[in-house]
Design a protein around this ligand. Structure first.
Ligand code: ACO
Length: 403
């Protein structure tokens, strides 16, 4: 292999790859992705098998610590997390300060970063493995509470405190959909759907948000601030924000009469800024294996919950039309993970503004694993170069003489 650093020092040679379309930023043992074959594996385990057979917390453990947990390890992980699900009472005051219609992602970015004000031990540059682990456990635990509180705040409903008797996902659902005075009726269909969705979102190698986490973390920035930066990267509609954009697009098409051909043509028109949201991927050029699983789950879950959502039909019509359209074939544009996920989230009772927050909840263990790996590998600070194209030498003119 060419030693790029040596070549650069000797020749001033710089590789330019805007958007990092073919530039590796790290060596990683977390997630394997083959875009041509549509293969995705976490730590060597096929995503299809994990989504079918494991719980989200098991997958979180796998991503963060490298192996599937034994029962005792999983119990301890769950128990450690349960001990830390409460957030500091002062943090609740933050929710009073946000305008009632503020976007949940904006709140989440600031809330996660604010954890570093309540748990300043995370700022220590060289945390022992035990200290690092506690920082991770606190984040895994408090994330569910923050995400649930954001939702309750959006409704103007009282906040529901965590209950330690519930597992990770059920506890989150309790804080989201529970009523203070009643016991939460756990619907196994909802719990299973939630586990599946979170697993499918749990990691995706060096995507925009994971790279951001590693980039920010490489300056030795603490876990909470690094993840907060990753959440900001996720928010954009070209990345995780696409799940909200998809459902809004499907609604728009429905209200417009459901003419999918018209919207396919709009997406193909280079003079029209409209893009088919939930289509296309930087790495997958055949199909997105997550989309395949989610599409099937979408049918099953809606049927199980007895929900008939007309936008599902529109989504399927769009996919069918795109599959035989030369524009989409030539550019290898297929539904990605965000295309059907929103329809499931909606069926579970979430408003569209919460969709990207749910993506962040699922992606959290992946970001943590990426941050941890970067630290353990003692990677250097990330610092790309550039090709300078600005002015060379300019003569300074005093303001009075600038005309
Ligand atoms: N609708 C219409 N045309 C598209 C779409 C789309 N969704 N996606 C790509 N194209 C076209 C581009 O216009 C371009 O056409 P051209 O070659 O004629 O100029 C070609 O396909 C290649 O597209 P790029 O934007 O260069 O591909 P890139 O790899 O940079 O972008 C991305 C990938 C951002 C996912 C893009 O496909 C997109 O914007 N999709 C819609 C948003 C979306 O669903 N994002 C979620 C991605 S998954 C995730 O992050 C979790």
């Amino acid at each position: 292999a060419i030693d790029i650093a040596k070549l650069r020092d000797q020749t001033g040679f710089i590789t330019l790859d805007t958007g990092y379309k073919n530039t590796g930023s790290t060596k990683s043992a977390v997630t394997f992705l083959d875009g041509e074959e549509g293969i995705l594996k976490y730590r060597g385990y096929a995503i299809e098998e994990l989504a079918e057979k494991s719980s989200f917390l098991e997958v979180a453990y796998l991503l963060i610590y490298g192996d599937l947990p034994k029962q005792a390890e999983l119990d301890k992980f769950q128990n450690d997390i349960s001990m830390h699900t409460l957030i500091h009472e002062d943090m609740k005051k933050f929710f009073d300060g946000y305008p009632s219609k503020s976007h949940p992602m904006a709140q989440l970015i600031s809330l996660v970063c604010s954890l570093s004000t309540f748990y300043p031990e995370c700022l220590k540059s060289h945390q022992t493995p035990e200290e690092k682990d506690l920082t991770i456990i606190k984040l895994m635990a408090k994330m569910t509470t923050l995400v649930a509180f954001i939702y309750k705040k959006s409704l103007g409903h009282p906040l529901i405190y965590p209950k330690n008797k519930y597992d990770y996902v059920t506890n989150y659902l309790w804080m989201t959909f529970g009523q203070r005075t009643e016991d939460y009726e756990v619907n196994p269909v909802v719990v299973s759907a939630m586990n599946k969705l979170l697993i499918l979102h749990a990691d995706h190698e060096q995507n925009c948000s994971a790279s951001t986490v590693r980039m920010v973390g490489s300056s030795d920035c603490n876990l909470y601030a690094s993840i907060s930066a990753g959440i900001a990267a996720l928010w954009g509609p070209l990345h995780g924000g696409a799940n909200q954009a998809v459902i809004e697009m499907l609604e728009l098409i429905k209200e417009d009469g459901g003419d999918t051909e018209k919207w396919i043509n709009k997406a193909k028109d280079k003079n029209d800024p409209f893009r088919m949201m939930g289509f296309g991927h930087r790495v997958y050029k055949n199909f997105d294996p997550r989309a395949k699983i989610i599409k099937k789950a979408c049918d099953d879950i809606l049927e199980n919950l007895g929900i008939d959502d007309p936008v599902l039909e529109i989504a399927k019509k769009l996919e069918e039309a795109a599959l035989t359209d030369q524009y989409f074939i030539d550019r290898k544009l297929y539904p990605n993970v965000d295309f059907y996920s929103g329809i499931i989230y909606r069926a579970l009772g979430f408003p569209s503004e919460m969709f990207t927050v749910l993506f962040a909840l699922g992606r959290l263990p992946g970001w943590i694993a990426q941050w941890k790996e970067m630290h353990e590998n003692k990677e250097p600070i990330n610092r790309p170069r550039q090709i300078y194209v600005g002015h060379k030498d300019r003569e300074f003119v005093p303001i009075s003489s600038r005309g």
